[in-house]
Design a protein around this ligand. Structure first.
Ligand SMILES: [Zn+2]
Length: 272
């Protein structure tokens, strides 16, 4: 599933491709992504609008339209956007085609069909966006923020970092990497985490995400960039998906455990 760096990569690449271009028509091949309102309303809200810019909030893409409106997209497991010439359509899982006035297509492609596309006149109308926690790069992310959110909580630190209503945009891959670099066990209860350790978590949250964005995200399974290239942050992963391989710092085999039905990778020697 794409996480924040992958979504940021797509946002930057889409911005270069579509800003200034307008939507001349919308063809819907499968209605699953349109989760709100009827299909005709979805099309009518988009036709004739121009893409002003594309931004990100957590793992949502926000297409800012002119003269007004927003399309909010979530790629979920396998969704992707492709911008191409109509003669050059690459895949068979196309769900929606946005015909652009430049003659090109923006395709929403989604093998497993969990991705969503929603259109709003005002962003504040999106319930999903209004529930999201703080952005990892926000200036308001500090030790006190975490402490106020988890005060005397016995939840495991990994589940706090995955909680989109506390900090938005982190997923399984990056949380394993952040906790490894912070030298904190994913099993630690948050009430035992000291101020210094929260500072480490914040520092590595930002540096791991920055490094991943610089490398255009991580390609583990389905993530592809707009131009169908893969990201290359997987070369920098230290523990994720490395069960039984030696820890890069101490050589002890990396362990895999399951928390909340999802894999966690960590070094039992380095992380306490
Ligand atoms: Zn180690």
């Amino acid at each position: 599933m794409p996480e924040l760096p992958e979504v940021e990569t797509v946002v930057r690449e889409l911005s270069n491709e579509i800003c200034g271009d307008s939507i001349s028509s919308v063809e819907i091949f499968r209605s699953n992504p349109i989760v709100q309102g009827d299909l005709e309303a979805f099309q009518q809200q988009l036709i004739g609008r121009t893409f002003k810019h594309v931004t990100r909030r957590a793992k949502y893409l926000i297409f800012h339209l002119q003269p007004s409106g927003y399309m909010v997209a979530h790629m979920r497991m396998t969704g992707k956007f492709i911008v191409c010439d109509p003669m050059d359509v690459p895949s068979k899982y196309n769900r929606v085609w946005f015909h652009l006035s430049s003659g090109r297509l923006m395709i929403f492609d989604d093998v497993r069909c969990f991705g969503t596309l929603e259109v709003y006149e005002k962003l504040s109308d999106s319930k999903a966006l209004s529930k999201l926690g703080i952005e990892p790069f926000s200036e308001d992310l500090n030790v006190n923020y975490f402490k106020s959110k988890v005060a005397s909580s016995k939840r495991e630190v990994k589940s706090i970092l995955l909680d989109q209503q506390i900090i938005a945009g982190l997923g399984n891959i990056y949380v394993s990497e952040i906790l490894f670099r912070s030298k904190i066990s994913p099993l630690r209860s948050t009430e035992t985490i000291h101020n210094k350790e929260w500072s480490q978590i914040i520092k590595y949250t930002q540096s791991v995400l920055e490094e991943a964005i610089e490398n255009n995200g991580t390609t583990i399974s389905d993530f592809r960039r707009v131009d169908d290239k893969t990201g290359k942050f997987q070369q920098f992963l230290k523990v994720y998906d490395k069960k039984e391989q030696p820890c890069p710092d101490c050589g002890v085999p990396i362990q895999r455990i399951v928390q909340q039905q999802r894999s966690t990778f960590f070094c039992p020697e380095c992380q306490h």
